[in-house]
Design a protein around this ligand. Structure first.
Ligand SMILES: [Zn+2]
Length: 569
């Protein structure tokens, strides 16, 4: 592949003695043309990026990073080549475990808040590479199901920052072996880029005799392609006016197209049964989503992955998931998630993604296997943020936590948020929550308390304490225990139990508790604020034997201290 204006000036690695602030610049705009040569597993890119100095100091050096399997060919400013040093930079933010950095000396200093447009060219190969996982001891045959990005003659799927730096980024080194460091670096990048504009035209060069594959980047681009007719060169527009939580991703294969716009479905040969499972789930899932979130306003797409064991991945309204041997219930909830995105949008990750994950749990409860199954499903989410929250609770000075309202940490805005919506539903009921969701307008969501106001108005209840503990602040998790029970009878012989529940944690919640008695059980709910106790009395129809607090619907830090045996009188 020939790139125009190759003006790479290599001048050794000795000139980087000045401390470099790799995260000084935010990349506010991308305008790229990507050429794929799947036969050679190659990618060639050129285009323009706009960098804004978001640091407090003027910057003379800009760092541009791409995957270590790609090489810089050109860096220009205003049509003129500029001096840059190309060097490898070890970082697990890329699947290869390293990046190719261009350390660019800018002709003039860029002052804080000023921007600079840089023209760039780079190329190289993207092959399956699980180095960053295998080097920390993950067996290769497991690692490749997670690290499945590649360009190949038969199947191409490449995810962006955090997986493969196929467009330039600028981050401090991330290390998989250092706890959460990789996720922290990737989350920080996502947060910095949330308001950025991204446009990449991905084009495949191909011989005329081959069957043209389908190249997918966004469902919106598929809609446009359909309008134009399919007699176009194989290309896809990856365009977002605001990236939000999206990871620009493209996928290309000889897909079977079973789309029913605005729902797009692309499957691979041999995965027909799975594709049919998705197609069959569409009607029920659509009906459910419409009740909660309204009619679809944006297209959504699900595209197959070649590896039957590949971990699924979502970017915006595109879900990549293997359709080989897919379980019908899993297909349903995957579909529910994507359809929520097609019907409902919020620029706030905890609302946008949190509600989509919440909807999966509600579907589990109402259309599949009931509440207990839904709580088990949510329990998988709990595991993702439990350790972080324990650290927030144990060492708040060192780990101040991250408010749900502003976080770009996926375990929070997906998993913790799913619980927050579930708890709100338990507190105010389906109808009130649906009403709040239906009244939500992304364009009106300017005040940080907008969502709280909608929910409180629908519920006719003050929920400011709840939003404060769970959304506006990160106060860790609750930790409930049954502090005391007291069985008694009134003068008519009616049996009661007085129950005192203590919350040892930093976040309050309304939590269910169940009293087991001879011949049955009764479940009630009680509001227990942070580091407080609450007492209530419950009528029971037999001698009480046990009280259990929290059925799993409130994520708490310790579930081992939740039951209390009542001694026989
Ligand atoms: Zn989603």
């Amino acid at each position: 592949m020939k790139l125009l204006g190759v003006l790479c000036v290599l001048c050794g690695l000795g000139s980087t003695a000045v401390a470099i602030d790799r995260e000084a610049f935010t990349f506010t705009k991308y305008d790229l043309e990507i050429r794929l040569e799947p036969g050679q597993r190659r990618l060639g890119a050129r285009g323009k990026i706009t960098l804004r100095n978001d640091s407090a100091q003027p910057q003379k050096i800009a760092v541009l990073q791409i995957s270590s399997s790609l090489a810089w060919r050109a860096v220009k400013l205003g049509g003129k080549g500029v001096q840059f040093v190309s060097q490898p930079y070890v970082s697990d933010i890329d699947h290869t475990g390293a990046l190719s950095e261009a350390i660019v000396t800018l002709p003039t200093e860029i002052k804080p808040k000023e921007s600079v447009e840089i023209e760039i060219g780079y190329e190289g190969t993207i092959v399956l590479d699980a180095t960053r996982l295998t080097q920390i001891g993950v067996p290769e045959d497991i690692a490749k199901h997670t690290s499945w990005d590649q360009i190949s003659p038969t199947f191409t799927a490449v995810r962006g920052a955090g997986y493969v730096a196929w467009y330039p980024i600028a981050t401090e080194s991330a290390d998989f072996s250092q706890g959460n460091s990789l996720f922290q670096v990737a989350d920080r990048w996502r947060g910095r880029e949330a308001e950025s504009e991204f446009r990449a035209t991905v084009v495949m060069s191909r011989g005329s005799s081959e069957t043209p594959p389908i190249l997918i980047c966004t469902p919106e681009a598929l809609t446009r392609m359909e309008e134009m007719g399919r007699a176009q060169p194989v290309s896809a527009e990856c365009s977002w006016t605001r990236l939000g939580t999206i990871t620009p991703t493209f996928v290309m294969a000889n897909y079977f197209d079973q789309s029913k716009p605005p729902f797009y479905l692309f499957s691979l040969r041999g995965h027909e049964a799975g594709a049919t499972t998705y197609a069959n789930a569409l009607e029920a899932a659509s009906k459910f989503v419409a009740e909660w979130f309204g009619q679809p306003s944006a297209p959504v797409a699900i595209a197959d992955l070649a590896d039957p064991n590949a971990a699924p991945f979502e970017s915006g309204t595109l879900l990549l998931a293997s359709m080989a041997g897919v379980d019908a219930k899993l297909a349903e909830i995957n579909l529910v998630h994507e359809l929520v995105h097609g019907a409902f949008f919020s620029a706030q990750p905890w609302i946008h993604e949190g509600l989509a994950h919440f909807a999966e749990a509600v579907y589990r409860a109402q259309k599949q296997d009931g509440r207990a199954a839904a709580l088990d499903f949510l329990g998988l989410h709990r595991a993702t943020f439990l350790e972080t929250e324990k650290q927030v609770a144990a060492t708040p000075q060192k780990n101040p936590g991250q408010p749900l309202a502003t976080t770009f940490d996926e375990s929070y805005y997906r998993s913790k948020a799913a619980y927050v919506w579930w708890m709100l539903r338990d507190m105010i009921g389906d109808d009130a929550l649906k009403q709040a969701i239906h009244r939500y307008r992304a364009a009106d969501d300017k005040d940080s308390k907008y969502m709280e106001q909608l929910v409180a108005a629908a519920a006719k209840r003050d929920l400011s304490w709840f939003f404060d503990d769970w959304v506006y602040q990160d106060r860790g998790l609750p930790d409930f225990r049954v502090l005391a029970t007291h069985p008694w009878k009134n003068e008519k012989g009616t049996q009661f139990v007085t129950v005192t529940i203590e919350n040892l944690g930093g976040a309050g919640a309304e939590v269910p508790f169940t009293i087991r008695f001879e011949g049955g059980e009764i479940t009630q709910r009680i509001e227990v604020r942070a580091r407080s106790t609450a007492t209530t009395r419950v009528e029971v129809l037999g001698s009480a034997t046990e009280v259990v607090v929290n059925d799993g619907s409130v994520p708490e830090s310790d579930l081992t201290n939740n039951s209390f045996k009542i001694a026989a009188p």
